[in-house]
Design a protein around this ligand. Sequence first.
Ligand code: ZN
Length: 126
Amino acid sequence: MRANKGSDTKPELALRSELHRRGLRFRKDFRLVLGGVRLRPDVAFTRTKVAVFVDGCFWHSCPDHRTTPKANAEFWSAKLMQNQNRDRLQDQALKDAGWTVVRAWEHEDPAVVADQIETLVRSPDA
Ligand SMILES: [Zn+2]
C-alpha cells in the first residue's frame, strides 16, 4: 500500500508519457480550489478544462480490485468510504465549474485512457 497522494505513481507516469507522445500539452498536479473544494488533478488541460485523475484501485475502491484489510477493518472501511465521498465531491465541484472529469483506474491501459482524453481535448469546440 503506497501513500494516497504522494509523488507520481507508475500509472500516472505511463499516462503522462502517452499523452506527451501524442503531442498533447497539459499541466501536472495543477492545484485549484473550486467552491471551497481543494483539487489536484493528476493531469489538467486548463484551456479545454479537462481534469484527469488516475485512481489507485485500493485507495479509490475499484470495483474489480477493491479490498478492505482484515486488520482494523472498521478503520479501513470508513477511510475508503471517505475517499469515495471526496472523489464524488471533487467531481461535482469540477463539473459545477464547467470542467470535464476523466477518472481512470490504475489498472486501465494508458493508451485507452489517452484515446478518451485526446478525443475530449481535440474536440472541434475545444
Ligand atoms: Zn482495479
